[in-house]
Design a protein around this ligand. Structure first.
Ligand SMILES: [Zn+2]
Length: 150
């Protein structure tokens, strides 16, 4: 970080404090050449995540859209939908793949719901997997029961 006074590239940090829910950090710096003090802000750069839909079209990851889908599935269930969206979003950010398919996002949510609440899981799965018939729906239920008995 160049000194705004003399342009010297080295400065030492005299104080750091996080602000805005930890998404940025404010640092007090002191130029190691002229001793001038200045403040810098560092922001965490959030990557834009592109979602590839089933029909091949792409759109930016939309938090509120995903939240809406999960809220529908978790209605009156003891599941924190917001928390799931946060986890999925940070998993996506951490994976460092700028593109993800809507199916992958769907399975990420299902994996989380499976652990949390069976009813919400089945509701969400029925929308995401688009069960074509009763058989595939029952098969999913059977698999769910199977994993519980293990
Ligand atoms: Zn300086």
């Amino acid at each position: 970080m160049k000194c705004p006074g003399c342009g010297f590239p080295e400065s030492k940090v005299t104080d750091s404090r996080p602000c805005m829910e930890g998404n940025s950090i404010r640092r007090r710096r002191e130029c190691m050449s002229c001793g001038r003090r200045f403040t810098t802000f560092e922001m965490v750069e959030a990557m834009q995540i592109v979602v590839v839909k089933k029909n091949g079209t792409k759109e930016l990851f939309d938090r509120s859209k995903l939240l809406g889908g999960i809220l529908k599935a978790t209605q009156k269930r003891p599941v924190n939908a917001e928390q799931i969206v946060n986890e999925v979003e940070s998993d996506l950010q951490n994976s460092l793949h700028p593109e993800v398919t809507s199916t992958e996002i769907g399975s990420m949510v299902m994996d989380k719901l499976k652990v949390l609440d069976d009813v919400a899981y089945v509701r969400f799965a029925s929308v995401y997997r688009e069960f074509r018939d009763l058989d595939s729906f029952l098969k999913e239920l059977q698999e769910l029961k199977g994993t519980e008995n293990q």
